[in-house]
Design a protein around this ligand. Structure first.
Ligand code: SAM
Length: 199
């Protein structure tokens, strides 16, 4: 099932395109079935559709991450009546299924890492990042995502976090606000996207 609304996808791709001129690779933490990852890969391979105009083929690489075991358990920060569907183990997909989608679409297979975000080390991530999409749904997952990309975002790069201000997933907003309060980066909000421009 589609996790990101069409309007949000259009915005994500527009911003990712702007990041093509910023040094560093693209990453997505929480790829699930790879819907957004496939579109980012198309953008990097100059294979997109008509909604945004696409740049010549890029040398940038795409790195995508997931537990491939579904969501971890919630913590107290995630509790909400509205979000009762987001339980441990839901959103399960295998790494193989995601890889097959790239092969079937005739797209270059990205770096696909199966791991809990908390266990990612420097070696699992690109040295420099120009665009990061964080879509881990839960408080600790978003906190761990910020930790993983810490010190790797280029100046003028962008971090987009999905589900900001989503009443079903209150932990996301909490994790973003806590992280932002320790930085000077600027936040813009569009639908449920927290769009953070890194300085
Ligand atoms: C909403 S889905 C992602 C949707 C995807 N970005 C898209 O555009 O279709 C959230 C994903 O994050 C993964 N996830 C959440 N927390 C995680 C964690 N702490 N470590 C690894 N994966 C995690 C889940 O397994 C799930 O596949």
């Amino acid at each position: 099932m589609k996790q990101v609304a069409d309007r949000e996808t259009t915005e994500i791709l527009k911003i990712a395109q702007e990041c093509l001129s910023v040094p560093g690779d693209f990453i997505e933490l929480g790829c699930y079935e790879g819907d957004t990852s496939l579109l980012l890969a198309e953008l990097l391979q100059n294979r997109g559709g008509s909604e945004v105009s696409y740049a010549p083929e890029s040398q940038k690489e795409l790195w995508i991450y997931d537990s491939f075991e579904g969501l971890p358990a919630k913590t107290a920060e995630d509790e909400s009546v509205a979000g009762k569907d987001f339980q441990e183990g839901v959103l399960f997909v295998t790494k193989r299924e995601v890889k097959q989608r790239f092969l079937r679409a005739n797209l270059k297979v990205p770096h696909i890492k199966k791991a809990w975000f908390a266990d990612l080390t420097d070696d699992d991530l690109p040295k420099q990042i120009s665009f990061a999409f964080l879509d881990g749904d839960l408080y600790q997952s978003i906190k761990d995502s910020f930790k993983a990309i810490d010190g790797k975002m280029s100046p003028e790069s962008v971090i987009i976090v999905h589900d900001y201000n989503n009443p079903e997933l209150p932990g996301v907003t909490k994790a973003v606000d806590e992280w932002l309060s320790r930085t000077k980066h600027k936040l813009a909000i569009k639908d449920s996207l927290a769009i953070i421009k890194v300085y």
